[in-house]
Design a protein around this ligand. Sequence first.
Ligand SMILES: CC(C)(COP(=O)(O)OP(=O)(O)OC[C@H]1O[C@@H](n2cnc3c(N)ncnc32)[C@H](O)[C@@H]1OP(=O)(O)O)[C@@H](O)C(=O)NCCC(=O)NCCS
Length: 161
Amino acid sequence: MTGYELSVVEETDIGAMARIHALSFDDVWTGAMIRRILTMPGAFGIVARHGRQWSVAGFALLRQAADQCEILSLAVSPELRGDGVGGFLFDGAMEQAANAGATRLFLEVAEDNDVARRLYESRGLLPGRRRPDYYRRKDGTTASAVTMSCRLEAQDVRAPR
Ligand SMILES: CC(C)(COP(=O)(O)OP(=O)(O)OC[C@H]1O[C@@H](n2cnc3c(N)ncnc32)[C@H](O)[C@@H]1OP(=O)(O)O)[C@@H](O)C(=O)NCCC(=O)NCCS
């Protein structure tokens, strides 16, 4: 994707990731929480950087266990959405997971998150189990979660640096 590059998360990215997370979700993940997630067995993260300024435009956090890989979080800075960064990150996450030996990718998404669901559907993920009232919103309402998943094919692609 022109103007952006994917790379593995570095310590200096964590502050920007926490800021993007806070602007994207009702449940806030602090930098310390993101750092802790990244120390879990099988966890890894990738960031999309704007090529010129090297600032973090978005990130994906994943956790792999045996041949299953879960996307724990995916978010793009609000002012940069709708420009392909989320898809670029998602494709990079799929490639990373497949190259690391995962044969299935899954995630949970709020049932009413049409943008994210469209992104996942466009990449071949299919909806599965529904968890009623799984997310609690700041305004006190709840949203159901849907598990989405797909098979991964091993691909000979360049891993993010
Ligand atoms: C979901 C999210 C990561 C998508 O990132 P993005 O950079 O805006 O996505 P892209 O521009 O790469 O678009 C990818 C696909 O999403 C869908 N999409 C993007 N913006 C959309 C919009 N405004 N309306 C409808 N669909 C949209 C399209 O299907 C698009 O596919 P296309 O490229 O074939 O048109 C981003 O909206 C985000 O950070 N949202 C808040 C956090 C979140 O909900 N994360 C997912 C949690 S499971």
